[in-house]
Design a protein around this ligand. Sequence first.
Ligand code: ADP
Ligand code: MG
Length: 476
Amino acid sequence: MIPLRLSEIARITGGQVRDGVDAAGADPLVDGPVVTDSREAGDGSLYIARIGEELDGHQFVEAARSRGAVAALTSRPVAGLPAVVVPDVQAAFVSLARALVDRNPQAVVVGVTGSSGKTSTKDLLWSVLQQYGETVANVGSLNSEVGVPLTVCRITPSTAFLILEMGSRGIGNIDYLTRIAQPQIGVVLNVGTAHVGEFGSREAIGRAKAELVQALPATGIAVLNADDPIVWGMASQTRARVIGVGESDQAAVRALDITLDLQGHASFTLSTEQGTAPVVLGFHGAHHVGNALAVAAVALAVGMPLGEVATALGDARPMSRWRMEVHERADGVTIVNDAYNANPDSMRAALEALAAMGHGRRTWAVLGEMLELGPDSADEHEALGRLAARLGIARLVAVGRGTQPIERGARDEGSKGSGGSSIGESTWVEDTDVAFELLWQNLAPGDVVLVKSSRDAGLRWLGDRLLDDADSEVPS
Ligand SMILES: Nc1ncnc2c1ncn2[C@@H]1O[C@H](COP(=O)(O)OP(=O)(O)O)[C@@H](O)[C@H]1O
Ligand SMILES: [Mg+2]
């Protein structure tokens, strides 16, 4: 972070210093990480004591001190550590983040939102931009009212690019995040059905995501998916210059001739106003092409030359776990663990990648529930089963609550036997233990297994267990 004295933090947040400035005039210097989790504190840290739903962060002030924290931001006086006491810790945390980003006016702030692929795109954008200038991006999926200020506080005086994944669980969320650090560039990837249960409709999700482009200044840039009608419709809701990305003609940054190789890696020709360049991604699945186009548009907009952008896109590798994570077991079984999260769009993308990887091999789709789909949930699950059958997936295993319609859809579509619908066998099992036994008994060398579900359905651990004892390695 940008170093600050405790007294400056008090001034920025309007709080009062307790036990900080002693008679000798000591005023602790905060020059380590700003943390909300005491276990992540290090030398020079500022510990933010939040009161969560279950725990009161004030209990962990001592733990933070023992790991090197020099001060805390709290809503009541605490023993053992100098503190700035404020009435509202969250509001003070936001003020602090805003003050820090203001101290580095040359940093370009890039906001990334969408229903699927925010973290994947953020990671890819980090991989590319850090070749060009010092880049800070959120860790993992820290994309909320806590994750965004935590990330903003990591800015340094020499940061050139600050990448902020912005999540949204309701109207106003993204607007709030953009007030912590105003983006100059906003990327909207897609508007799907993720969290439709909470929002009510896709249009409502679109309104929530549009808050990002509405926050851009006239000198800013909105990178919009030109293939997604709701996202493309946001072009009229921003003062910023619009750059369309996608396969359609209206996109300025386009992917031509997309193909998936037998490992499921996507290749395409990147076509831009600066010329064209071939790209082979180190990621599995065609859905990463759209993410890569958004990254290319941002990188080109900040001045990175096309050739360097194409090379950096090709060199990038997955960074966050459980997103199309491909493992080759020593016995020749390939496990694709994409169980970080799931919604109908990402399920479709993953099944298509599985089908591409499965040429000449037996394919397994082990699918858990897609959560938060609202009233269409059963229909969406059934459609997924039908798609698996149409793609010719050999074995479908639907795991746990809410997934019976997947199995039903696969069976229905498979029994029609039309147009290559040839699902070999579909099974519903009650939980991941039964699924594990079934797979452990039946997997054979050469099989390709996709494991995918929403986070809370727990399939990521099933995918990890399938690697245990199997002497696996992570290939590039
Ligand atoms: N552009 C995309 N469209 C559809 N699915 C995607 C896209 N990009 C990534 N995914 C898939 O969506 C899931 C969640 O990806 P992630 O990058 O964590 O998204 P988010 O941060 O938006 O939740 C993963 O299974 C990933 O493979
Ligand atoms: Mg995420």
